[in-house]
Design a protein around this ligand. Structure first.
Ligand code: ATP
Length: 308
C-alpha cells in the first residue's frame, strides 16, 4: 500500500539529550498510526520535525513517496496539524478563529459545515477563552482539518480531557479515518492507541522499541492471561511470601501482598494457586484474570510503566 509518510533514521540531539535517536517508520494511506510512549520519549520532537517545525540533525523524510528537505507550501496545503498546545487568540470568537485559519489555505472547507461537524455551532460567537477543555480540543481538531488535508498530525489529542470528552474525541478521529484521512497521532494513553490505531510504534528514549498492530504487539508477549490476587495470612506471611510458587515456572511479580502471575494456562495456574492456599494456609482475595494490554508490552520491554 502507498506510503504517505516515510521516515528513515531520523535524529535530533539537544546537547547530551538524544531526543530522537535513529527513528524509522512509515504511515500508509488511510490508516491511523499511533506513536505511543511515556513523557520525554521523543514523540513531539519527531512529529514536529516531520511537520517542518523543527530541524532534523540527520535522517530522511519522504512525503507521498518523494524525499523532501523542507515542508513547502505544496505539502502544507495537503496536511493538517494539531499541536500539543494550540495557542489560539483568546479574544477571538470561535467562528472568527475558524475563518482566520481557513484564510491560510488556497482551498478550505465551508466554515459553517465545520462548525456543525465539530459540534461547535452553539459556541460560534463565544470567545475562545470561554471554551471548556473539550470544546477547545474540538476547535483545535476543526482548525487542523479546515483545509481538507490528506494527512493529519495529532499531537496528544486528548491529554487533559475528562473521560467523556476523550471518548467523543476518539469518535471524531474515527469518523475522520472513515472519511479516508490518513492520521498519525502521539499519545501516552495506551487505551487511545488500542482504540484508534491500525498500527502502533512504541517509543522510549528517542527510539522505536516495538511496532505492529495491537494484536501483533500483544502476541509478542507470548502470554494469554495475567492473574492478579491478594494474599492474606494469619501466620508469618512475610517469611513464605518470596518462596511461594518458586518451584513453579510462573512469572511472578510481588508488590506488598499483591501477586501478579503471567500465564499461558489459566486453568492449571488457578488450580495450583488454590492448592497452595489450602496447604500453606493463606487466603486469596481480589482475584482478577485479564488479557495482556499495551501497558504490559511496555513493561516487558523497558521494565517500567508507561506512566512513570
Ligand atoms: N528545545 C529543546 N531543548 C532541549 N531539550 C529538548 C527540547 N525539546 C525537547 N527536548 C528534550 O527531548 C526529549 C524528548 O522530548 P519530546 O517533547 O519530544 O518528548 P515527548 O515524547 O513528546 O514527551 P511528552 O509526552 O511529555 O510531550 C525530552 O528529554 C525533552 O526534554
Amino acid at each position: 500500500m502507498e506510503s504517505i509518510i516515510e521516515v528513515k533514521n531520523l535524529k535530533k540531539y539537544y546537547k547530551s539529550i538524544k531526543a530522537v535517536d535513529g527513528v524509522s517508520f512509515d504511515v500508509k494511506k488511510g490508516e491511523i498510526v499511533a506513536i505511543l510512549g511515556p513523557n520525554g520519549a521523543g514523540k513531539t520532537t519527531t512529529l514536529e520535525i516531520i511537520e517542518g517545525l523543527r530541524k532534523k540533525d540527520a535522517g530522511e523524510i519522504y512525503y507521498f513517496g518523494k524525499k523532501i528537505e523542507n515542508v513547502d507550501s505544496n505539502i502544507k496545503e495537503r496536511i493538517g496539524i494539531q499541536l500539543q498546545d494550540t495557542n489560539f487568540f483568546p479574544n477571538l470568537k470561535v467562528l472568527e478563529t475558524l475563518k482566520a485559519f481557513s484564510g491560510l489555505y488556497k482551498n478550505s472547507l465551508d466554515v459553517n459545515k465545520i462548525l456543525k461537524d465539530f459540534n461547535l455551532e452553539e459556541k460560534k460567537n463565544s470567545k475562545v477563552s470561554k471554551l471548556s477543555g473539550g470544546q477547545l480540543q474540538r476547535l483545535a481538531l476543526a482548525t487542523a482539518v479546515i483545509n481538507d488535508p490528506v494527512l493529519l498530525f495529532l499531537d496528544e489529542p486528548t491529554t487533559g480531557l475528562d473521560p467523556q470528552a476523550r471518548r467523543s474525541t476518539w469518535e471524531k478521529i474515527s469518523d475522520l479515518r472513515n472519511l479516508g484521512k490518513t492520521i498519525i497521532l502521539t499519545t501516552h494513553y495506551m487505551e487511545e492507541a488500542e482504540f484508534l490505531a491500525d498500527r502502533i510504534y512504541i517509543f522510549d528514549q528517542g527510539r522505536v522499541i516495538a511496532q505492529g498492530t495491537l494484536k501483533e504487539l500483544i502476541h509478542s508477549l507470548k502470554m494469554d492471561s495475567i492473574i492478579t490476587f491478594e494474599i492474606n495470612s494469619n501466620g508469618n506471611f512475610d517469611e513464605i511470601k518470596e518462596e511461594l510458587f518458586k518451584d513453579s515456572n510462573f512469572q511472578v511479580t510481588i508488590k506488598e501482598n499483591f501477586y501478579t502471575i503471567e500465564t499461558k494456562d489459566v486453568e492449571s495456574t488457578l488450580v495450583r494457586i488454590f492448592e497452595d492456599a489450602k496447604i500453606k494456609k493463606f487466603d486469596i482475595s481480589n482475584i482478577v484474570i485479564r488479557k495482556p494490554n499495551l501497558e504490559d508490552v511496555f513493561l516487558h520491554l523497558t521494565g517500567k510503566s508507561l506512566r512513570d
